[in-house]
Design a protein around this ligand. Sequence first.
Ligand SMILES: [Zn+2]
Length: 328
Amino acid sequence: MSDALFRPIGHDQVREWLGRVVTAQRANGAYLFTGPDGIGKSALALEFAGALRCQSPTNGWSCGACNECVRIARGVHPSVRSFAKPDDKSAFPVELVRDIVDEASKKRLEPGMRVFVIADADRFNDNSANAFLKTLEEPPADLIIVLLAENLAQVLPTIISRCQPVRFSPLSDHQVKQITAGWDQLPVNPDSREVLIRAAQGSPGRLRRMGEAGVLDTAREFLKSVRSDPFLASEKLIDSIQGGDDNEGKRAQLREIIALLTATLRDRLLGSLGAADLAPFTRPFPDEPFTADHLAATLITLDDLRERIDGNVNLKLCCDAIALAWPT
Ligand SMILES: [Zn+2]
């Protein structure tokens, strides 16, 4: 099986349950998949579409190899469409919803079920939700809508009430390791890979972003200078954020750096409490006098800052706050 095709690792319960739904031909018109970003909701929605159309399903699930599965996995099947909020919009645009509704009402191109996978369901505003509710409540008989959302609490109740909810949990580090084994944008060094996998918290998508953004190098540079010169460390942090002119890109990059620094401190906290088997990068330097209290206090600050990044906090001030909060 090539990289482009289904890679059924993790989320076994969800896959089994949906497989039973397909076998019993009891699929609902609309599902809402929720769980952290990058953990495979979209991939599993495509597997589900594959299961509904597969020419040689196994236990009600997609084979990943027939003509239907291959076209779905490659994103070129006319009956399986994916939609997402454009990057430059903060809310899911009502114009796009109207296009989806229009598309839903059109005659199918090939026999069999159609599936629309719609990401960013937590970014619908009242206008876009209102334009969608009728279709969501009563999709055409040959259409299944799968909405994806990172945060259930941010999905409008009018959307939630019209969907069958399906919760996704983060993958284990071992599963992330299996999924990302062949990815060439990740460090070759096994220790570096291990640190990033721990920081990605069960999300291969997040791991990919961390690898692409070079967060490990950034964190190394930060750690080199933070104790002797926190302001220099803060300068290095802000300089490393190169998400172009796009402010959202810079915020996303800083979010991943904070996640890595958090993972580093979390490991050091575990180390100070006697846990062994930590990745070398996250072990304390020999002269570091941190106590568990120091580490816990800094972790709380980082957690607070990560939440603020989603708001409108000044990124330079945020980097200063990280450097100044670092235990000394
Ligand atoms: Zn198949």
